[in-house]
Design a protein around this ligand. Structure first.
Ligand code: C2R
Length: 185
């Protein structure tokens, strides 16, 4: 795959980076080139508009926008581009991301953003969702998405096996315990 970024990861502040790195990790897993930057609809509105308007011409196909608190970044980017925008609510205030979740998910009709879960699981899923959009017309990514699902299923099988093994062991101990020492009977 060419190295031109297909996905843009944008966040409102560098304090969001730890969470937004999870989106980058997902994209890397699917071999999707991305760019990552900081912009704020509140603190740098002109920069945010200019950046959003230039995305399509540069070949970017999906935007992942993370922000906390009164999170307007994803909505403002969506207002400036026809590219799909995925929003990641960041738990960066005393309201723990519920504030950003509601701000992001409650977009007015006409300007959708696809809002995922609060925090790291949401950021991980944002990367996978972006890969699924790209996989619609990219066979290489589509193949990796199938392998991803297979790996998830294998992971559950492995956990199930481990759980059964540990419980059959505990059952042995339990049997010994309830039967008690021979001289107590
Ligand atoms: P600081 O840590 O820089 O004070 O930022 C950021 O995403 C971050 O979670 C605190 C929080 O403010 C958020 N922020 C927004 C926007 N810009 C910054 N929600 C925006 O434009 O929506």
């Amino acid at each position: 795959m060419a190295n031109k970024p297909l996905v843009s990861i944008v966040m409102g502040s560098d304090s969001d980076l730890d969470i937004m790195n999870e989106a980058a990790k997902s994209l890397a897993e699917f071999g999707i080139p991305y760019e990552i930057d900081i912009s704020s609809a509140h603190r740098s509105p002109a920069r945010t508009s200019e950046y959003s308007r230039g995305l399509k011409a540069r070949g970017v196909q999906v935007v992942i926008a993370g922000a906390g608190g009164a999170a307007h970044l994803a909505g403002v980017i969506a207002a400036e581009t026809t590219l799909p925008v995925i929003a990641v609510p960041i738990p960066s205030t005393p309201l723990l991301g519920l504030d950003s979740l509601l701000a992001m998910v409650q977009m007015p009709a006409g300007i959708p953003v696809a809002t995922v879960a609060i925090g790291k699981p949401g950021a991980t899923n944002a990367g996978i969702l972006a890969a699924q959009m790209i996989g619609l017309h990219n066979a290489e990514v589509a193949k990796k998405l199938v392998a991803h699902k297979e790996n998830l299923a294998k992971g559950v099988e492995a956990k199930s096996k481990k759980l059964k093994e540990s419980h059959s062991h505990e059952h042995d101990i339990g049997t010994d315990f309830f039967s008690g020492p021979a001289d107590s009977k």
